[in-house]
Design a protein around this ligand. Structure first.
Ligand code: ADP
Ligand code: ZN
Length: 751
C-alpha cells in the first residue's frame, strides 16, 4: 500500500509539460470594486478579451456566490502561473479606452493609503461621474442655436430660454433642463432649424493671444518667474511658493509661466478656490490663452465629459478649476499652479478627504514638473516646508506700481462707546463716511449670516437650539424664522421661552442681515448690497452682485468671507472687519492662523486704486498676535510667533493628526464604542514613540441631525507610521449597528 501511494504521487508530479502550461499559466486582471469588497480581487482574463482588458479600463466581473455582475476597475494585469484555486473570469470590458493612465492609477493607490480611504472610493472621486456614466452610450448630438429660417414667428418664451442656453453646444436633455422647458420644445426648435447640431470638428483651439503690449515684469516678479523657469526647462520637479500680498503681481507671474509651458507644447493646470472661479478670473486666462478648459461645479455631466475628452486628447493647453481639477487627465502636463494655496476648500470634506496641494505635489513630482503655490498668507504647513529648505520661497514684497498698503485701524470693542451704533463703531462709521465722501466703495465683512446669531430669553438666559443639533438657532428675516446652520432645519421661533415660559425672546448677536439693515439706516444715501450664502443661492447671482459692485451700482457691499477672496476692485477705499473675534475663538488649533489670513485678505481688498484706502478691524482682542500681525501687514510676524507654539505642542506642521469622528443616535452607545476605539488606539500608540491619543470627547458640535458626535484624535509623527498605527488599531473593527465613523487624516475642520 505504502509503495503504491508513492507511485501515485510520482505520477501526479510528472504531468506532461503541455498540460502544465495549459492549465497553470494565464492572464490575470486585478480589479477594484467601487463599493462592497474592499481589497483588490484577481480574475482570469479569457483569451478573447486579452486584447481589450488593460489597466485603467473597467470590466464586468461575477462576484460572490450568486455571481452577481459588478462593474470594477482593472488596476493591474499580469501573465503567469495561476493560483491553486480556480479563478472566476472577466465577463466583458466596459470601456473602449483606458479612463485612467498608469500614473493616475498609481496616484489613486497612493491617495488610498495617504488618506486612509478605500481605493474604489478614490477611483470614483478621480473620475467625474459624467465620464463614468457616459462610457458607451451613443453620444447625444450637441446642439447650438443656428441661424434658423423660420423668421415668420417670434419664439415663445420657453423657446427663447432654450435658445439662450444654446449659445454653447449642449445636448437636448441639458438644454431642456437648463431652460426649464420640455423636450418637445427642443425637438420643435430642431425641426424649424433654430437649433442645429454643433459641428463635430473641435472648435478652434489655437492660442489666440491678443496683440496687447505685455507688461514689464518688476524685478521680484522676474526673479519668481526665473525660479519657475529653471525646473520647467530642466524637466525636473520643484515647488516654488510665491509669497506676496494681494496685488503684488502673483497672477501675472502664473500667466507668464503658463505661457512658457504652453509655448513648450505642454499643458498647465491652475487650481483656484471655487469661489474665485469668477468670470473675472476665467477671462484673465482666456484672454491670454484662448483655449482654456474651465472646470467649475455647475458643469453638466455632458459638458464635463466633453471637456475631459478634450483635455485627455491634449488639445486644451490650460485647465483652470477648483480642487478636483488636479485630476485633469492631461497627457503632457508641464506645470501646476495653486492660487490662494492656504484656502481650506482645497481639502475635500467627504471621502476621500484629500488635500489638493498634496495631490498636486505628488503629480508634479511624478511628472517631473514644477509646482507653483501662491498666497498672501501661505499655510503654516507651506511656510515650514520653505523654512526646511524643501520648497523655494519667492517674495513679492509690495504692490505692483508701489501703491501703499492701507493703514489698518484697530477698534477695541471693550472700550465703552465703541458699539454706539449697533455693530458699527463710531470709528468704523467715520471710515465708511470718509470713503463714500472720497468717491470710493466699501466692503464690510462679517462671517455670520442671518439676522441674529442667537435667540435668548432675557429672564432665564435660555438659548433656543435646533431640536436635532447642538447648535443655537440663527434668526433669519424677513419672516423671523429660526434656521439651524448645522442641518438647515427651518423652524418657527417660539413666542415665549420654552424653558421658563417668560415672554419676549431677544435676538442677540449680529448677522449679515442685521448689519445690512444698520448700514442702510446709517448711510441712507448709499446703495447697499449683501452677499452671503443666503443671497447667492441662485445660479449666477454671486457673479451678478460682483458685477454690480464693479460697475459701481453698489457703494457698500456687506458679506461673509466670500467677499474677501482675491477680487480686484480698485475703487474700494475702506474694508471693515466687523467682528474679528468670531473666528479667533473657535475650538480649532488653526483658529489664529485662519483669523490672521482672513483679516489680511480683507485688508488686501482696500486701497488697490489711486484713491488710497483704509482698513478698520473691530475686535475684543486687539493684542492677539494674529490681529496685531494682520494690522501691521506682517503675516510673517504671525508665522514667527505661531510656529514655535505648534512645535512645542507637536501640532501640524510638526506632527500629524488623524481624527476619527463617531456618530450615532444613542449617546451612551456612541460614547461607549468611541471609548473602545480609543482604548485600541492607545494600545497601539504605546508602541510608537511621540504618538498620543486625545479623547474620546464629545465633538465641538456634539449633536448634528439627531446624531451624537464623539471624536478621538491621534497625534504623532507626520508620516505613514501614524496611519499604520490607526490601521493596526482599527483593522477588522466594525462598529455596531447604528454607529458610523469616519477617519480624517490631516483634518482642516475640527468641529
Ligand atoms: P495678485 O495675483 O498678486 O493679486 P496681480 O497679478 O493680479 O496680483 O496684479 C495686480 C494688478 O497689477 C493687476 O491688475 C495686474 O494686471 C497688474 N500687474 C501685474 N504685474 C504688473 C507689471 N509688472 N506691470 C504693470 N502692471 C502689473
Ligand atoms: Zn440642526
Amino acid at each position: 500500500m505504502e509503495r503504491e501511494h508513492t507511485v501515485q504521487r510520482e505520477l501526479f508530479a510528472s504531468r506532461p509539460a503541455w498540460e502544465e502550461h495549459d492549465t497553470r499559466q494565464g492572464m490575470i486582471a486585478t480589479v477594484v470594486l467601487p463599493t462592497g469588497v474592499d481589497r483588490p480581487l484577481d480574475y482570469l482574463v479569457p483569451e478573447e478579451l486579452a486584447a481589450a482588458v488593460e489597466p485603467g479600463r473597467r470590466v464586468r466581473v461575477p462576484l460572490g456566490r450568486g455571481d452577481r455582475q459588478r462593474l470594477a476597475y482593472c488596476v493591474a494585469i499580469r501573465c503567469g502561473e495561476l493560483p491553486q484555486q480556480p479563478l472566476k473570469s472577466v465577463l466583458s470590458v466596459e470601456d473602449d479606452r483606458p479612463l485612467l493612465s498608469r500614473r493616475m492609477l498609481e496616484l489613486t493607490e497612493w491617495m488610498a493609503e495617504r488618506w486612509m480611504t478605500r481605493r474604489g472610493v478614490v477611483l470614483e472621486a478621480v473620475l467625474p461621474a459624467g465620464v463614468r456614466n457616459r462610457r458607451r452610450t451613443r453620444r447625444d448630438p450637441l446642439l447650438v442655436a443656428g441661424t434658423g429660417t423660420s423668421a415668420a414667428r417670434q419664439p415663445t418664451p420657453s423657446q427663447a430660454r432654450v435658445l439662450a442656453a444654446a449659445t454653447e453646444p449642449r445636448t437636448a436633455a441639458d438644454l431642456a433642463r437648463l431652460a426649464g422647458a420640455s423636450r418637445a420644445v427642443v425637438a420643435r426648435l430642431v425641426r424649424t432649424g433654430l437649433l442645429v447640431e454643433a459641428s463635430p470638428a473641435p472648435r478652434p483651439r489655437t492660442a489666440a493671444r491678443p496683440a496687447a503690449e505685455p507688461v514689464r515684469l518688476e524685478t521680484s516678479q522676474e526673479a519668481a518667474l526665473e525660479a519657475i523657469r529653471r525646473p520647467l526647462f530642466e524637466g525636473r520637479h520643484e515647488t516654488i511658493v510665491l509669497f506676496g500680498v494681494t496685488g503684488s503681481g502673483k497672477t501675472e507671474v502664473y500667466l507668464r509661466a503658463v505661457e512658457e509651458t504652453v509655448a513648450a507644447g505642454r499643458q498647465a493646470i491652475v487650481l483656484v478656490p471655487e469661489i474665485s472661479l469668477t468670470p473675472q478670473t476665467c477671462s484673465r486666462f482666456r484672454s491670454r490663452f484662448g483655449a482654456v478648459a474651465v472646470l467649475h461645479s455647475h458643469l453638466t455631466g455632458t459638458e464635463r465629459h466633453a471637456q475631459w475628452r478634450e483635455i485627455a486628447s491634449g488639445l486644451v493647453p490650460v485647465v483652470v478649476g477648483a480642487r478636483s481639477a488636479i485630476f485633469a487627465p492631461t497627457p503632457r502636463l508641464g506645470l501646476v499652479v495653486i492660487d490662494e494655496e492656504h484656502e481650506t476648500s482645497f481639502k475635500q470634506a467627504t471621502a476621500p478627504r484629500y488635500h489638493a496641494r498634496d495631490v498636486a505635489e505628488w503629480r508634479a513630482r511624478a511628472e517631473g514638473v514644477p509646482l507653483v503655490l501662491g498666497s498672501a498668507t501661505p499655510a503654516l504647513e507651506t511656510f515650514a516646508r520653505c523654512l526646511r529648505g524643501e520648497w523655494t520661497m519667492c517674495r513679492l514684497p509690495g504692490r505692483v506700481g508701489g501703491t501703499h498698503l492701507p493703514a489698518v485701524i484697530t477698534v477695541d470693542l471693550r472700550d465703552r462707546g465703541a458699539r454706539s451704533r449697533g455693530a458699527i463703531s463710531p470709528r468704523l462709521a467715520a471710515g465708511i463716511r470718509w470713503a463714500l465722501d472720497g468717491g470710493g466703495q466699501v466692503m464690510l465683512l462679517l462671517n455670520r449670516r442671518g439676522f441674529a446669531t442667537l435667540v435668548q430669553c432675557p429672564a432665564c438666559g435660555h438659548t433656543v437650539r435646533c431640536p436635532q443639533c447642538d447648535i443655537a438657532l440663527t434668526l433669519h428675516q424677513p419672516r423671523g424664522r429660526g434656521i439651524c446652520h448645522g442641518c438647515g432645519l427651518v423652524t418657527r421661533l417660539p413666542a415665549t421661552c420654552p424653558e421658563c415660559h417668560g415672554p419676549g425672546l431677544a435676538p442677540l448677536g449680529t448677522g449679515t442681515q442685521r448689519l445690512e439693515d444698520q448700514v442702510r439706516a446709517a448711510f441712507p444715501d448709499a446703495a447697499v448690497a449683501r452677499m452671503d450664502a443666503d443671497t447667492t443661492r441662485a445660479r449666477g447671482s454671486h457673479e451678478r452682485t460682483l458685477e454690480a459692485f464693479r460697475e459701481r451700482r453698489i457703494d457698500i457691499l456687506v458679506g461673509t468671507q466670500m467677499i474677501a477672496k482675491g477680487l480686484d476692485f480698485p475703487q474700494v477705499m475702506l474694508a471693515g472687519v466687523v467682528n474679528a473675534d468670531a473666528a479667533l475663538h473657535l475650538p480649532d488649533f488653526r483658529a489664529a492662523e485662519r483669523t490672521c489670513q482672513l483679516v489680511t485678505q480683507v485688508a488686501g481688498r482696500s486701497g488697490r486704486g489711486p484713491l488710497g484706502g483704509r482698513v478698520v478691524v473691530q475686535t475684543s482682542s486687539p493684542d492677539h498676535p494674529a490681529l496685531r500681525a494682520a494690522a501691521a501687514h506682517d503675516y510673517e510676524a504671525f508665522v514667527r510667533t505661531e510656529l514655535p507654539v505648534r512645535e512645542a505642542l507637536a501640532y501640524p506642521p510638526y506632527g500629524g493628526i488623524v481624527r476619527i469622528v463617531v456618530r450615532g443616535a444613542s449617546e451612551a452607545a456612541t460614547a461607549a464604542w468611541t471609548g473602545h476605539l480609543a482604548d485600541r488606539l492607545r494600545t497601539e500608540a504605546e508602541r510608537l514613540p511621540g504618538s498620543r491619543v486625545l479623547g474620546p470627547a464629545p465633538a465641538p458640535i456634539a449633536r448634528l441631525r439627531d446624531r451624537h458626535r464623539f471624536h478621538v484624535q491621534v497625534h504623532g509623527p507626520a508620516d505613514r507610521r501614524l496611519r499604520d498605527l490607526v490601521r493596526r488599531a482599527t483593522d477588522g473593527l466594525a462598529a455596531p449597528d447604528g454607529i458610523a465613523w469616519i477617519v480624517d487624516v490631516d483634518p482642516v475642520e475640527m468641529l
